[in-house]
Write a protein that binds this ligand. Sequence first.
Ligand code: DGP
Length: 114
Amino acid sequence: MTTETIFSKIIKKEIPADIVYEDDLALAFRDITPQAPVHILVIPKQAIAKISDAEPQDQALLGHLLLVCGKIAKEQGLDNGFRLVINNGDDGGQTVHHLHIHILGKRFMQWPPG
Ligand code: DGP
């Protein structure tokens, strides 16, 4: 089940966001509470609530989102590396129920994550 989220409003430009990339399928904008000097969220315009809800027919869209992440990382100069994160569900720490990929960069990332 998908419901309206704050990200749906960003897609419809009903609320502002610092958008860094947009195409027919995807939108990317800076996270409002950045956890790294570069912290960008890449989302599908189609509202999939979480990665575990994705279906086989979403395969091309999911691949597209990853390619967009790579393109943005290059544009943002993350040549020394970066981290992609998808939080899924409560234990995953997901707070917005519209699939999003975090791109975090311009600092060293610890492992394991908290
Ligand atoms: P997650 O915990 O994976 O669901 O991450 C949700 C992220 O979304 C969190 O890092 C903060 C960000 N966020 C929440 N509301 C807004 C908003 O209105 N604008 C922007 N730009 N980011 C938001």
